[in-house]
Every structure is written in C-alpha cells, then in structure tokens.
Design a protein around this ligand. Structure first.
Ligand code: NAP
Length: 302
C-alpha cells in the first residue's frame, strides 16, 4: 500500500520538481499538487506537467493533502509554514527537505502547533536550481536523513521513510543537532571553502581572470562546480546552521595552520601522511557507491 495518496509539494525548484518527477514515476496513482511563490515557476511547472494541479496560494495547495513537503530555502520555511497553518488538514503529515534541521524543526513546530512533523533531508543535489533542473533519478541510491522530533508519531515516521524509499533513497534517522554537525563538515564547510577559493581567485589582480579560467583543469574547476550553487539556498544554510558551521570552521582553520607550518618547515612526511589518509577517504566514497569510480569524476576524455 502507498504511504500517502495526496502529496503537496511547496517550492517547485530542483528538489521539489525532482520529488514530483520521481513520485510520478514510482507512485503514479498519487495525486500531486504543487505551489511555488514565483508565478513563472508555477507556469513552468504547469507546462512541464510536474503535478496534477498547481495552486496559486500555499493554503489552497494543502487543503486535501495527506503529506505536505516544504521544498523552499530554509530561511523561507517559517513563512510557508505560517501560510499553510489555517488550511492544513489535521491528519496531514508535514515534512521538508531543508539542508539544516534544528532551526527548521523549531520554526515548523512554532508555526504549526499540534501538527505531525517529520523533517527529512535528501543528501542529493546538483549546483543547478529551478523546476527544469530536476530529474526523477536524483535520489536513487542516495541517503535521505529523517530527523523526527522527540516523541514523534512512529507510524508517520515510517510512512515518510517508505515514501523516500519509493523515490529510490536509503533511509537514516538522526537527531536534528547531530544531523547539523555531520552536514556542517560533509556539505556546508566544503561549500564555504569552494565559495572562498573561487572568490579569492576572481579577486586576484595579478592573475587575470582569463588565466584562472584557462588553467582551471588543474583543480580549480572542481571547486567552481560547488561554488555555482544557489546563492539564496546557501546564504540560508549558513545562517541557520551557524553554530555547527563556525565550530567546524574553527577546527578547519587550525588544521590549515598546521599544514601551513608543515610547508614552511619542509615537513614532507607530515604532508605525505595526510595526503595518504585523504586518498583512502576518496576510495571509501567510491566503494560505498557515493561517487563515480571513473578517473576525474567520470569526465570523458575522448
Ligand atoms: P531551488 O531550485 O531554488 O527551488 C526553491 C523554490 O522555492 C524556488 O522556485 C523558489 O522560488 C521557491 N520559493 C522560495 N520561497 C518560497 C516561498 N516562500 N513559498 C513558495 N515557494 C518559495 O532550490 P532547491 O535546490 O530545490 O532547494 C530547496 C530546498 O532543498 C532548500 O531548503 C535546500 O536547503 C534543500 N536541499 C537542496 C539541495 C541541493 O543540492 N540543491 C539538496 C538537498 C536539500 P524563487 O524563484 O522565488 O526563488
């Protein structure tokens, strides 16, 4: 039996439209309703046939839902939750896909007192955004982390888990604070480093922009993919996961200083030991199916 039969997706960008596409493919009898604040996105979603209906207001979108998934930037979760509060059916489950969890959970609980809330974070994405960027296989083989609050309704958690399994994801459950620390190091800090290095390179007067781009295959271009990620989404992630990100950044800065010292004093063994350890991490990621085993991230060199 399907875990839900009337699903509403609010925010029809990369993640929301990918959920719609995957749900259409894997659970074709589910009735899908969508809403986005942006009229152009609503028009594109209608033209692409992402949902059965696209509503003009968040309230109208949720009236018949048994699952509502908020797929907007984390800074907009609070506003959307308040906008659906009056029309949300009592038996509906509310979920989200935000990249940070503790702050979003607090905002949803404050805006929707008494509602059944099961937050989720599919650890899958690309640097693109908008309804045309989504695709049905985005979640296949990826992790979806559920962060239910203490005392959450176990049956609702199981239904949300089953929904994501049907979209192709594997499920993990964590406390929201723990999620935020894990993602601070695995996702948020790497994005911050990429934004920094690309920003620094583009500011450098003595190396012209054209040289930065021309010789980017030396490593720089792999940072530029991450640094091309959506500015609104990432601004909100850093502001909402501030404590964990600052904590990881402190540790990272100390490790960077240690590397700086090793280079200054010619401690080749220290550098070699670290680079050997990091190579093993890459091997584990490939072995666990979280990236393409082909050299150079699977880029074709034909
Ligand atoms: P996206 O492609 O930019 O889509 C977000 C959509 O939400 C946009 O169409 C946006 O409209 C709309 N929106 C913004 N505020 C709204 C509001 N108040 N009411 C209704 N719609 C609103 O972003 P995304 O990549 O799908 O990210 C959505 C969520 O998924 C974020 O919380 C993000 O943290 C999370 N997430 C992202 C990734 C990833 O790799 N991208 C991975 C996992 C989770 P506008 O046209 O006005 O911007």
């Amino acid at each position: 039996m399907l875990p839900f039969s009337r699903v509403t997706i609010i925010g029809l960008g990369l993640i929301g439209s990918s959920i719609a596409r995957a749900a259409r493919r894997q659970m074709p009898t589910v009735r899908l309703t969508g809403h986005d604040a942006d009229a152009e996105v609503r028009a594109t979603a209608t033209a692409l046939g992402l949902c059965d209906d696209v509503s003009d207001t968040p309230g109208a979108a949720v009236t018949h839902a048994d699952l509502v998934i908020l797929c907007v930037p984390v800074g907009a979760m609070d506003q959307v939750a308040r906008a659906i509060a009056e029309d949300l059916p009592a038996e509906a489950v509310v979920s989200d896909v935000g990249s940070s969890k503790a702050g979003v959970l607090a905002a949803l609980q404050a805006a929707l007192p008494g509602a059944t809330i099961v937050p989720a974070h599919p650890v899958a994405g690309t640097e693109r955004s908008g309804p045309e960027a989504g695709f049905a296989s985005l979640f296949r083989g990826r992790w979806c982390i559920l962060t239910p609050p203490d005392g959450a309704d176990g049956a609702a958690v199981q239904r949300v888990a089953e929904f994501w399994r049907r979209l192709g994801a594997q499920i993990e459950t964590m406390a929201p604070d723990h999620h935020d620390r894990v993602l601070a190091i695995t996702s948020h800090l790497p994005h911050l480093i990429a934004y920094t290095i690309v920003g620094t390179a583009s500011d450098m007067e003595e190396i012209t922009r054209s040289e930065v781009i021309k010789y980017s295959a030396g490593g720089f271009r792999d940072f530029t993919r991450i640094a091309a990620s959506d500015p609104t989404m990432w601004r909100d992630v850093f502001l909402s996961n501030k404590d964990a990100v600052l904590d990881m950044l402190q540790r990272f800065s100390e490790d960077l200083s240690a590397l700086q010292r090793a280079i200054r004093w010619g401690k080749g063994d220290e550098l070699h030991d670290l680079f050997t350890r990091t190579r093993a991490i890459r091997r584990s990621i490939v072995e666990q199916g979280q990236d393409d085993p082909a050299p150079d991230f699977g880029r074709s060199h034909e």
